[in-house]
Design a protein around this ligand. Structure first.
Ligand SMILES: [Cu+2]
Length: 429
């Protein structure tokens, strides 16, 4: 028996054991399953929300999630959110200007860089066996799947109903996590699928500071005794590639929302929020009171509103050293040759001049099937506490459902009638 045959047999056996020990199947009808059992995650969180997806390891990108569906107790029909989500580059330039790494395309988060999970890597969760994505793929314990409490999902003290009641509910995330060791750094790829439909993508960095990257007070910070060992400051420029497929219909539109102050009302400032369609490819940057959403023109919730997800950004440092690390988000027309946000490896059939996200959008093609490239930067100024091991630092973003369901998908019994203005007060229009 070859190693591969043994590995395949082990995988089969493992998936059989997992399915025997898995929690009771969700009440939801099964969605389309374009992957086998060992590549599928389908878990129901305590509030009744079921996430279903396929996972795999790409030698460069590391963990990739495909065909992501969500169903909730209140809205049990599984509805697709994403076609896929993955990292698209991790660019690490040092402040001396003498060192730079493109960790995904030059090294890769999969293959031999992918760590076998152990210790507390998956405390409270279950570890899945999968191919590490290398040229000689090995079946290893690489993915952690766990349900983790996320604090209060909501709280409402209702004293206007027929009986006074407090609604207070703990929320949970389905967490998918892999660890990759690239040189001295260890990167944690994490996706948190919340029970209210939110998706959080983040990259954690830990491990150790690189012993080869020490410089002077000009661009380092002293981290040993006195002022002798200056660890060089550097950037972690992370990019994600997000491809929506809302309700399986595709053809999403991109919209930008902006809010301005327009004079005053009788008491305070009057604000005006407008949104416009971004019809063509381009790069975009954050501004106060600005966000973007990906909206399905055809799929609507039960209120008759178009389903969408909005991009919610968090902290992000802008690296001025490259054109492609300045915009916060890029929307491009889907193209199989556009794989990496920078250092885009050119296939023989792909145009050689399409190197970064800037190139992807330079011809301003019409957005019929948009791909969203999200950049989040972290300027790392080392500190004494970075030794050792380095405390985890996180960078990432959220995808928040907007009108995906007619109400809060976690609405408890007793509040299901509260859709719109129930009081008869306020003005219409
Ligand atoms: Cu760092």
């Amino acid at each position: 028996m070859t190693y591969r045959k043994i590995a395949a047999a082990v995988a089969l056996l493992t998936s059989a054991v997992l399915s025997l020990t898995a929690p009771a199947a969700a009440q939801a009808a099964p969605a389309a399953t374009p992957c086998g059992a060992s590549a599928m995650v389908k878990e129901t969180l305590p509030n009744g929300t079921t996430w279903q997806l396929c996972w795999r390891i790409n030698d460069k990108a590391g963990l990739v999630l495909d065909h992501v569906f969500v169903a909730t107790k209140r809205y049990p029909e599984p509805v697709q959110v994403l076609d896929s989500i993955r990292l698209a580059q991790l660019n690490v330039p040092y402040d001396t200007g003498d060192t730079e790494y493109n960790d995904l395309t030059a090294i890769g988060l999969g293959s031999y860089g992918l760590e076998t999970l152990t210790g507390d890597d998956c405390k409270g969760g279950s570890i899945r066996l999968g191919s590490d994505g290398g040229s000689d793929p090995q079946q290893r314990k690489v993915l952690c799947v766990s349900a983790e409490p996320r604090g209060l999902a909501y709280r409402l003290h209702d004293y206007e109903g027929s009986e006074e009641k407090v609604y207070s509910q703990q929320g949970h995330d389905l967490v998918l996590r892999t660890v990759s060791k690239l040189g001295w750094y260890e990167y944690v790829t994490e996706y948190r699928l919340h029970d209210d439909g939110q998706i959080s993508a983040r990259l954690g960095a830990t491990g150790d500071l690189a012993p080869s990257e020490y410089s002077t007070a000009d661009n380092g910070w002293p981290i040993g005794k006195a002022a002798k060992d200056y660890s060089t400051m550097h950037y972690h420029n992370a990019f994600w590639r997000v491809d929506f497929n809302i309700a399986g219909k595709g053809g999403e539109k991109v919209e930008q929302f902006d809010t301005t102050t327009s004079g005053r009302g009788s008491m305070t400032a009057a604000l005006k929020t407008t949104h416009k369609t971004i019809a063509n490819e381009g790069t975009f940057s954050a501004a106060n009171q600005r966000f973007w959403r990906i909206v399905s023109p055809t799929s609507k919730n039960a209120d008759g509103h178009q389903r969408s997800y909005e991009l919610a950004r968090g902290a992000s440092d802008r690296y001025e050293g490259h054109p492609e690390t300045k915009p916060d988000v890029t929307f491009s027309q889907k193209n199989a040759c556009e794989k990496w946000a920078s250092d885009n490896a050119a296939d023989p059939e792909c145009p050689l001049d399409s190197v970064t996200v800037i190139d992807f959008v330079k011809n301003k093609e019409k957005l019929a099937d948009p791909v969203m490239w999200v950049r989040v930067g972290f300027h790392h100024v080392p500190r004494d506490e970075d030794q050792s091991p380095m405390p985890m630092h996180w960078q990432g973003f959220d995808l928040v459902p907007r009108d995906f369901t007619e109400m809060n998908p976690l609405t408890p019994a007793g509040r299901e009638g509260a859709n719109g203005n129930q009081s008869g007060e306020g003005s219409q229009g």
